[in-house]
Design a protein around this ligand. Structure first.
Ligand SMILES: O=C(O)CCC(=O)C(=O)O
Ligand SMILES: [Fe+2]
Length: 242
């Protein structure tokens, strides 16, 4: 986070990331985004879509993920193994359990509903995002389970800011869908986004409720974010596009 502070001070990360946006976006060809979503992503670095998947799908995936957790099939995200997989993210900062669910993963064979979700991410959403932002085509997908013991994820960023279209290492866009049909105020687990704007105003904290079938999309190298302590089981599927 210290290095990020220095980088941000020399150049607002949103300004850098805006260099990765395509200038002639045909929003009439979008399948899931709206032109408002594309504008928000450019001007503020994040945007929210609601009701992106059927509630029946959401409920099945929730049940399946809970079962996977209870039968010990998910890995503690802070475990050593995962840190080696994903050195960017600090293990002890998070209390969730995860599995990687990229296309071809065995988990997608046993849960057709989870496959439906990953297909949505890797298909329609990815295609729309690629019209807006210069992307290389690689993506990763991770299902996360936060136990209801005030598990959380501390403030962090998913990648370093970049304006380099040839840089294939940095994640560019993060998208997250939530699987919490009965979420209410007090359950916790909000996604907190720290909105620094162009750095000339005071930072704003935006709390986004992890509502079922809601999808939050943000620029991975721009937005600091955290998961607030969860007091009910909290399930999310995250994708990172490079
Ligand atoms: O689940 C969320 O809302 C955010 C998760 C997150 O920040 C991450 O996995 O990097
Ligand atoms: Fe994150």
């Amino acid at each position: 986070m210290e290095l990020l502070g220095h980088l941000d001070a020399s150049m607002p990360p949103l300004l850098l990331a805006q260099e990765l946006f395509n200038s002639d976006v045909d929003s009439s060809a979008f399948k899931v985004l709206t032109s408002d979503n594309a504008n928000e992503l450019f001007h503020q670095g994040y945007t929210v879509l609601n009701n992106v998947l059927p509630l029946s799908t959401i409920q099945s995936v929730r049940q399946w993920a809970t079962e996977m957790f209870k039968t010990g099939k998910m890995d503690k995200a802070s475990g050593k193994h995962n840190e080696e997989d994903d050195p960017f993210r600090e293990g002890n900062a998070r209390g969730d359990y995860t599995i990687w669910v990229s296309p071809g993963s065995k988990f997608l064979e046993v849960s057709p509903e989870l496959k439906e979700c990953v297909d949505w991410f890797s298909g329609r959403l990815h295609e729309d995002l690629a019209k807006v932002v210069h992307l290389h085509g690689q993506a990763e997908y991770q299902l996360a389970y936060y136990p209801p013991d005030s598990s959380h994820y501390e403030r962090h960023r998913d990648s370093f800011p970049t304006d380099d279209k040839e840089d294939v290492d940095q994640r560019r866009v993060t998208a997250i869908v939530y699987f919490n049909p009965d979420w209410k105020q007090g359950n916790g687990g909000e996604l907190r986004i720290f909105d620094k704007g162009m750095g000339d105003e005071e930072e704003k904290e935006i709390d986004i409720a992890p509502l079922a079938a809601r999808c939050v999309v943000f620029l991975s190298g721009v937005m600091d974010h955290a998961v607030m302590p969860a007091f009910e089981e909290r399930i999310a599927l995250t994708s990172w596009y490079r």
